[in-house]
Design a protein around this ligand. Structure first.
Ligand SMILES: Cc1ncc(COP(=O)(O)O)c(C=O)c1O
Length: 466
């Protein structure tokens, strides 16, 4: 057993990579060694334990091989074992690639002055599997761990979290560290002139005064029984009706949009993530033009485990820089198919974050026709719908089209975070003709729904066209 405070030898990135390489060596694989997990922490605050500063301990569970040798006299057994061995190597390679990605992410997160690597000693369960998590817990005292975490703001290390939890935690650290710092020390023109100004966040603060005034009016403070009870999980009918009217008006839809095609959830990204959940199985893929909004990447990884295949746009085009053209989509689709990817659709963002581009109605039609040709879903995020600022390039929603090429595979996202500058409200909405998608997504209102009182306020805001 590793001693408590001394169980985390400090190592350099180079040593870490070396350790990963060792795990794939025949020395480990040949014995069926299965490292359950490696826990990494970026922990600049804790000095290396003397004698361990340059060494890394590798611990792995070795599956008992009782009886294997005796039965190996037959040629088939040997062959079977070789196959198993090759499979082991493939599995180990997959684990290593995953670990290397984590290492690279951690290094990229920029917090590392030293890396600590802990390889928990693994126990054997009765079936020969590795009970790594429990054993890891015994490696260190929990109190000490939390002390270290709070003291030195360790990026993450845990003997409490599952592998999935560790993954999520890593994601949180690599994506939100700056955001947390910003929230702890925000710039203020009078009280904190040395605070952070967040240039990485798209928050519209220009109409906060107008919204504060509107939200302070008496009609906003309405409460009734229904608002205090569980709502229809797709959202209260009064709000879905208002959303349908609002979108009809601002998207210039040729016909009145149907409230039954609307679902409201607690953000545009919640709508995105639930769409990927109900349209894909884990490992399925979506094409997405890049540069892209990182929220898509984070969200699809967090829940649905959908792969986003990037369609790289170029800055040098004859007509418009970074323009998406169908040829690029076709090429990306062919390449993905060739690699055996099962992909289900295309994610579009109009107006585009991060480019600011606006798609013309003609190009939108081409993208939708492309999707229809290949039976692909199109998720189109129009969250920035009301943020156009050049009259010469007007925004067109796909809901503006007389008829959608494939209505049952076209799903439109909008929300108030950008258009109204109220990202704190957490409101996003889906418009889709596909009733199966509506009902499947509706289920998520159970978890990602909006408070009744907020739904009322949102309804009043949407009614107000001034
Ligand atoms: C394209 C796009 N969609 C969605 C969001 C997030 O919106 P919400 O706060 O409603 O999740 C953002 C935020 O920057 C965005 O840029």
């Amino acid at each position: 057993m590793l001693p408590t405070s001394r169980s985390m030898p400090v190592c350099t990135a180079h040593q870490l990579l070396h350790a990963c390489a060792r795990l794939s060596s025949p020395e480990w694989l040949g014995q069926g060694g299965t490292p359950a997990f490696i826990t990494l922490a970026i922990n600049p605050g804790i000095p290396p334990y003397p004698g361990h500063s340059t060494s890394i301990r590798l611990c792995a569970a070795h599956r008992p091989s009782t009886g294997r040798l005796e039965s190996r006299h037959k040629q088939e057994d040997l062959e079977q074992e070789k196959q198993q061995h090759r499979q082991n190597i493939r599995d180990q390679e997959a684990i290593l690639i995953h670990l290397m990605c984590k290492v690279v992410n951690l290094l990229h997160s920029g917090a590392s002055s030293s890396l600590e690597l802990q390889l928990p000693r693994l126990s054997l369960d009765s079936k020969g599997g590795a009970g790594g998590a429990q054993q890891a817990q015994s490696c260190r005292e929990p109190d000490q761990l939390s002390h270290q975490l709070s003291d030195s703001k360790t990026a993450f290390i845990s003997c409490y979290l599952s592998n999935r939890g560790i993954d999520v935690s890593a994601l949180y650290q690599s994506n939100f560290q700056d955001f947390i710092a910003y929230h702890g020390d925000k710039y203020h023109e009078d009280t904190n002139t040395l605070g952070f100004i967040n240039l990485g966040l798209s928050e519209n603060k220009h109409c906060i005064d107008l919204l504060t005034e509107r939200l302070s009016q008496s009609d906003m403070n309405y409460i009734d029984d229904d608002l205090l009870q569980y709502p229809d999980w797709r959202g209260h009918a009064f709000l879905r009706e208002e959303v349908a009217q609002f979108l009809t008006y601002y998207c210039k839809a040729p016909d009145l949009l149907d409230p039954e095609n609307v679902v409201v959830l607690n953000s545009s990204l919640s709508v995105f993530l639930t769409l990927t959940m109900v349209l894909c199985d884990p490992g399925d893929a979506f094409l997405i033009p890049t540069p892209l909004y990182s929220g898509f990447t984070l969200t699809s990884h967090l829940y649905s485990k959908v792969e986003l295949i990037h369609v790289h746009l170029q800055s040098k085009m004859d007509t418009q820089p970074f323009q998406l053209i169908v040829d690029k989509l076709e090429k990306a689709r062919r390449e993905a198919k060739f690699k055996g990817k099962k992909f289900r659709g295309l994610v579009l963002c109009n107006l585009n974050n991060s480019l600011g581009n606006i798609d013309t109605l003609d190009s939108l039609k081409e993208y939708l026709e492309f999707a229809k040709r290949h039976n692909l879903h199109v998720i189109i995020d129009e969250t920035y719908m009301l943020s156009e600022f050049r009259a010469s390039i007007p925004f067109h929603s796909v809901l503006n089209m007389k008829s959608l090429p494939d209505p049952n595979r076209t799903h439109v996202i909008w929300g108030t975070s950008k258009s109204f500058g109220i990202s704190g409200f957490r409101f996003g909405t889906l418009y889709t003709h596909n009733k199966e998608v509506v009902s499947a997504i509706g289920v998520f209102g159970f978890l990602h729904g909006i408070a009744g009182i907020t739904q009322h306020k949102l309804c009043r805001l949407l009614q107000d066209r001034e």
